[in-house]
Design a protein around this ligand. Structure first.
Ligand code: PBG
Ligand code: ZN
Length: 323
């Protein structure tokens, strides 16, 4: 005897106890990574339009921020540097005493066991705001990856556990791996933003990191939102180049990609729930159109269900409190 009326799926949905007993996917704060924007100066804490509850903080205020992160049991932090001064060559991105290396040192002093991941890119350090160097209006690849590898090395020297290149230049994972290994940082891992799409859901981030391109857009290096097979090629190449963790970004509109990557590879998969995905819910919640807690947790569990092992999310602290 199968099927209705003998079979009734509602039986196991009847009480919270039963639902909890058969739940397939758990949310756990230890799988959340909080992005942190670090700026110059002292005692500086600035709100970011479009990212409510996320501030830019100066290095000296990072300790407070991290105390909370540790107390909530988050899985780690992802550091972004927001320098005051920029130049054509993005030199702030690869200075040994740059903003991110100083932030890493502060983080490691305050919370030595907390995994510190650093975003590695040129865009927030350059006057043109592109993720690579610009020559005659073109974003050049091979010179860019040399600088990106140098930037990653400064993060490794300062004590980063994992470096996360987000530039989408070809060959950057290999370039980073060989420069880290050549300098004795073979223990530092690479989280590759392997499948990073040219997306409208990065809006508030670009204000937060002051990284809006001054001309053109990023479609010449980030993936076309229409392509999934190409994402799998990116992932395969990054793994050949020895990426330790691969990331899909954004998350919500790309859950099929998360799931396809999960099915294809055995390394940990990360998904980045981006600034625009967060801002949409915040804005709708402010108007009373959606319940923020429920909407956020639904997004997060959906991303886990699709196959992500870890989620970079601006809700990390809030969600940890909700769970
Ligand atoms: C830049 C970078 C971006 C994000 C992370 N690193 C934006 C972009 O590519 O324009 C987006 C993060 C977010 O929107 O939350 N390399
Ligand atoms: Zn960039």
């Amino acid at each position: 005897m199968s099927g209705f009326p003998a079979t009734r799926l509602r039986r196991l949905r009847r009480t919270e106890g039963l639902r909890s007993l058969v739940r397939e996917t758990e949310l756990d704060a230890g799988r959340f990574v909080l992005p942190i924007f670090v700026c110059e100066g002292r005692g500086r804490r600035e709100p970011i339009d479009g990212l409510p509850e996320i501030d830019r903080v100066s290095v000296d205020l990072l300790a407070d921020e991290l105390a909370e992160v540790v107390e909530l049991g988050l899985g780690g932090v992802l550091l972004f540097g927001v320098p005051d001064d920029k130049d054509e060559a993005a030199s702030g991105a690869y200075e040994a005493d740059g903003i991110v290396p100083r932030a890493i040192q502060a983080a490691k002093e305050r919370a030595p066991d907390l995994p510190v991941i650093t975003d590695v890119c040129l865009c927030s350090y350059s006057t043109h705001g592109h993720c690579g160097l610009v020559h005659d209006g073109e974003i050049v690849n091979d010179l860019s990856i040399e600088l990106i590898a140098r930037a990653a090395l400064t993060h490794a020297e300062a004590g980063a556990d994992l470096v996360a290149p987000s530039d989408m230049m070809d060959g950057r994972v290999a370039a980073i791996r060989s420069s880290l290994d050549a300098e004795g940082y073979e223990q530092v891992g690479i989280v590759s933003y392997a499948a990073k799409y040219a997306s409208a859901f990065y809006g508030p981030f670009r204000e937060a990191a002051a990284s809006t391109p001054s001309f053109g857009d990023r479609r010449g290096y980030q993936l076309d939102p229409a392509n999934r097979r190409e994402a799998l090629r990116e992932v395969a190449l990054d793994l050949e180049e020895a990426a330790d963790i691969v990331m899909v970004k954004p998350a919500m509109a790309y859950l099929d990609v998360v799931s396809a990557v999960r099915a294809r590879v055995d390394v940990p998969v990360a998904a980045y729930s981006t600034s625009g995905e967060y801002a949409m819910v915040k804005a709708a919640a402010e108007r009373g159109w959606v319940d923020e807690r429920q909407a956020a947790l639904e997004q997060l569990v959906g991303i886990r269900r699709a196959g992500a092992d870890m989620i970079v999310t601006y809700w990390a602290k809030q969600a940890a409190r909700w769970l």
